[in-house]
Ligand binder design. Structure first.
Ligand code: FAD
Length: 355
């Protein structure tokens, strides 16, 4: 965008035609756009995914309907500026708003999925009653839901994730973000991984001689990391859906991971921290297990060894292109069993038609 790439709103891709030297995107309004490559950043219900592989899997329901709402006067303590994740038999996340209400999000197990429209057809008061039943005995879920107002209840809809997508690219078309690896909201990682993949794909296109080489390198660099994150989220989802027996929606902090390091926007620090106060480390969003009275960071990536190892790229050490940052930026980890990337090649220009 900084480079002047135009954005056209209201276009819906319906199909694409590939040629040896380019691809033409065809939109519902009859217009077309030709480019060297077509990048399918079109989300969990991706059209480009089906154009690449008509047999590609679709989103997988996770057995949970997601809701959000507001509570006043529950007496549940919540420091401003801190997001709390309370695990146990099930899960509730919450934080205090500037107007002193508490905003929360929670899940309701349901074997068969409902679409967002079907969820919306059921009165909010009925959903809230079901949530209250589900959270009886949960601290602080029971108190938050007891005082929740049904009127602004947010019915987010079915929680979904993408299973492994066999083909991330074909010819001059490639997937990036949720279209290839939506991990579900339980991971807290979908947008982050979409951004990581987009930057990695841009680097591969910048540095490798052909789209095919760039797409292959991108998949090698990304697949194992995003699938590990999606797999972790799926395990959490099974517990949230009540499909894991008495297993809690998240293991107690002492069983989460061995002491390690946490990578945050302000650097890397020993992990877990030595304090038990949610607000004591401003760089780490507080993460209070209300049941256990213990604290940990709010992101899975901070408690598992995903981040921190050096990574190599086809042109590691080379100057970065405009807007992409220098190769070697500490953006993500090298997956444990990642194949060696292709050899370095001269930079080639590549035009892209984002969807
Ligand atoms: C309830 C919930 C909570 C979440 N919480 C977090 C979180 O805490 N942290 C986090 O990192 N992530 C979170 N996520 C995930 C995050 O929102 C997604 O992973 C992220 O938005 C994926 O980005 P994307 O660009 O790949 O796809 P999207 O954001 O889905 O964008 C796809 C775009 O493509 C457009 N499109 C689709 N089809 C076509 C077509 N045929 N033609 C033209 N355009 C098309 C869509 O309109 C959309 O604008 C959450 C998701 C949900 C549902």
């Amino acid at each position: 965008m900084a480079g002047g790439v135009p954005i056209h709103y209201g276009k819906r891709l319906v199909t694409a035609e590939q040629a040896p030297d380019g691809v033409t995107a065809i939109f519902a309004d009859g217009t077309t756009a030709a480019a060297e490559v077509l990048i399918g950043a079109d989300g969990i219900r991706s059209t480009v995914r089906t154009l690449i592989d008509p047999e590609a899997p679709g989103p997988e329901y996770q057995g949970v309907l997601s809701f959000g709402g507001y509570t006043s006067g529950s007496g549940v303590p919540a420091e401003p500026g801190t997001m709390y994740f309370a695990f146990g038999r099930t899960f509730i996340g919450y934080w205090r708003l500037p107007d002193d209400r508490v905003c929360w999000f929670a899940g309701l197990p349901r074997t068969h999925p409902l679409t967002s429209a079907e969820v919306a057809r059921v009165p909010a008061a009925e959903w809230l009653a079901r949530l209250r039943d589900r959270y009886v005995g949960h601290v602080p879920g029971q108190a938050l839901l007891a005082h929740a107002d049904p009127r602004p209840l947010m019915a987010v809809g079915p929680m979904e994730r993408m299973p492994s997508v066999p083909h991330w690219h074909r010819g001059r078309m490639v997937l990036v973000g949720d279209s290839a690896h939506a991990p579900s909201s339980s991971s807290g990682q979908g947008a982050s991984q979409a951004i990581e993949s987009a930057i990695e794909l841009a680097r591969c296109l910048r540095d490798l001689p052909t789209p095919a080489a760039a797409f292959t390198a991108h998949e090698h660099l990304r697949r194992s990391r995003v699938e590990m994150i999606g797999g972790n989220a799926a395990a959490t989802n099974r517990a949230k859906a009540g499909q894991a027996g008495d297993k809690p929606a998240m293991p107690p902090p002492s069983r989460c991971s061995p002491p390690s390091t946490a990578t945050t926007s302000t650097g890397t620090r020993p992990w877990p921290p030595t304090t038990t106060s949610p607000a004591s480390d401003p760089a780490l969003p507080g993460h209070h297990n209300a049941r256990k009275g213990e604290t940990r960071a709010s992101r899975l990536s901070q408690t598992r060894p995903l981040m921190g190892s050096a990574w190599s790229h086809p042109r590691r050490g080379a100057p970065g292109g405009p807007g992409l940052g220098a190769a070697g930026d500490d953006l993500r980890a090298r997956p444990a069993r990642r194949p060696a990337p292709p050899p370095a090649r001269p930079r080639v220009p590549a035009a892209a038609a984002p969807v």
